[in-house]
Design a protein around this ligand. Structure first.
Ligand code: NOJ
Length: 554
């Protein structure tokens, strides 16, 4: 069995170069600034950085509208800066993965500029066209309320083109073998420049082949296999992390049988976690975990609390979603696209450290690989004055200085959060670094613990009964070592009788503090948890006799 699957125990940190750190004083974050902050990321314990799109772009969807797949947006630096960054990241033991946005291009991409001239263009079939206005042109919009349609007319071309997202993001025709080749070429290029893989944008739409007639593709998911084969051949340990907000019935199409995406974000667990958090009842999250299929050996979930988009609750029932909205984002201005909240995690919880810690402790111990959104390690908040999803994409808050220490320029690329309890004067790296009780230092410690518990990334897991619906207990087994983690989602303190499983009565050693618990009733333990309390236990040993091989560092 292959044991050096680095992503099984990675701690992934997502950031946007544009808003992380300005190195040249022009107001825009850049690769030079990001490079200077590698010590910070290494200190936090991050092992893999996921960069949001940084290629040349008209920037109408935060870079998810790419004009040139082979460059760096001049505002952020150049290719030399990119390579210097990946090189130095490697020296810090940090891998880099990047967004692969190939469901669509920008309408300013030269392929589309040519394609729109009509069927004689060699690039016309790179996109999806219809001669007549499709009947469903006003259906299936990803951004309801701000995106009027999914098909747009081009007079010059004498036809309509399909765009799952905004009209300036025409969908590529992945049934076209030339397009597939182009996509692989893009992957090969960035792999050669030092990346360890890709967060693949909008994968379900990439493979859906919508709007194409007689496309001749037998298995639309086959392309995912092609991508994986190409990737692994070019760089054996590189990964594909899929953004695929799909049901558990569909998800295996994305993982395949050790031959498609290695990682898929667990959107179902994420959405049900919020319902559990709102209700103080672990049941919805437990049900979501129980619904997930057994994964093949090389596959892994990616877990997150928040990301750069709205908190999408579209898979909850209307009633359940309304309940979460009421608790975490009751104002209309906090809600977006009829399905989500445009808030950061800490502000949704009014900065309540007990609940924030409970939630991150849970996220770090769910089956899978944790993915953090920059600034959440500090408890940054949102700026609701900004449009749509921009609210959660404000510059990193480094210090209480002007513009939060993000830039020395007069005007930062985006306004920072200035006012109130989440403004940069209150929430920033410099101050939290000096305070042992800060959220930043807590996050650093929990990341350290997560990395010291490879059972969580690798182990076979199961849900244990606690007899208390507020409490979720998970057991992990790996190479003769076992862990049990408990989280009380409710505000009420409680005492649970827990059988940690296994063949014999064993003590439980707390990984985060010095105490431990002895079995009192056969194998069972009596465990007391505070409201929103959490525990990570090793079963039987304090320090496991590392029966497993030591994980190679990236
Ligand atoms: C998903 C990305 O997360 C989102 O930010 C973007 O708008 C769409 N894909 C389109 O690329």
């Amino acid at each position: 069995m292959i044991e050096d699957l680095w992503y099984k125990n990675a701690v992934v940190y997502c950031l946007d170069v544009e808003t992380f750190m300005d190195g040249n004083g022009d107001g825009v974050g850049d690769f030079v600034g990001l490079r200077r902050k590698l010590d910070y990321l290494a200190g936090l314990g991050v092992t893999c950085v996921w960069l949001m799109p940084f290629q040349p772009t008209p920037n109408r969807d935060n870079g998810y509208d790419i004009r040139d797949y082979y460059g760096v947006d001049p505002r952020l630096g150049d290719l030399g800066d990119f390579v210097a960054f990946t090189h130095e990241a490697k020296l810090h033991g940090i891998r880099v993965i990047i967004d692969l946005v190939v469901n669509h291009t920008s309408d300013q991409h030269p392929w589309f500029q040519s394609a729109r001239k009509g069927p004689d263009s060699p690039f016309h079939d790179y996109y999806v066209w219809a001669k007549k206005k499709p009947k469903d042109a006003h259906k299936g919009m990803v951004f309801p309320g701000v995106q009027p349609s999914t098909w747009t007319y081009v007079k010059e071309a004498g036809g309509w083109y399909f765009h799952r997202f905004f009209d300036f993001q025409p969908d590529l025709n992945v049934a076209n073998p030339e397009v597939r080749e182009q996509i692989l070429k893009v992957m090969g290029y960035w792999l050669e420049l030092g990346v360890s893989g890709f967060r693949v944008d909008a994968v379900p739409f990439l493979v859906e082949l919508k709007g194409l007639k007689n496309h001749g593709v037998e298995d639309p998911y086959g392309f995912l296999k092609e991508m994986r084969e190409f990737l692994s051949w070019r760089k054996g340990d590189a990964i594909l992390l899929a953004e695929a907000n799909v049901t558990m019935d569909e998800v295996m199409e994305f993982f395949g049988d050790n031959d498609r995406m290695q990682l898929v974000f667990n959107f179902l667990a994420n959405q049900n976690f919020y319902l559990s958090l709102t209700r103080g009842d672990a049941t919805p999250l437990i049900q979501a975990l129980k619904a997930s299929p057994d994964l093949p050996h090389t596959a892994q979930w990616a877990n997150f609390l928040r990301n750069h988009d709205e908190l999408d609750l579209g898979r909850l029932s209307d009633k359940d979603r309304a309940e979460v909205f009421q608790a975490l984002g009751p104002d209309k201005g906090m809600q977006l696209y009829d399905r989500g909240l445009r808030r950061r995690f800490a502000s949704m919880l009014d900065g309540d450290r007990r609940r924030i810690e409970l939630a991150y402790s849970l996220m770090f111990t769910l089956p899978g690989t944790p993915v953090l959104w920059y600034g959440d390690e500090l408890g940054m908040g949102e700026n609701l004055a900004l449009k749509e999803r921009q609210a959660v994409r404000t510059p990193m808050q480094w210090s209480p200085e002007r513009h939060g220490g993000f830039t020395l320029a007069q005007t930062p690329v985006k306004p920072l959060v200035e006012e109130g309890a989440f403004g940069f004067a209150q929430v920033n790296v410099a101050q939290q670094r000096c305070d042992p009780t800060s959220q930043l230092n807590w996050t650093e410690r929990i990341i350290r613990a997560r990395k010291e518990c490879p059972e969580l990334g690798w182990g076979a897991w199961r849900i244990l009964r606690t007899g208390n619906k507020g409490v979720m207990a998970l057991r992990y087994d790996w190479k003769g070592n076992a862990m049990v983690v408990l989280h009380n989602l409710s505000a009420r303190p409680c005492t649970v009788k827990l059988d940690p499983g296994g063949d014999e009565a064993c003590p439980l050693y707390n990984v985060l503090t010095e105490d431990h618990s002895e079995p009192v009733d056969g194998q069972r333990h009596t465990l007391t948890l505070e409201g929103y309390g959490y525990r990570w236990f090793r079963v039987g040993h304090q320090n496991p006799a590392r029966k497993h091989k030591v994980e190679p560092r990236p």
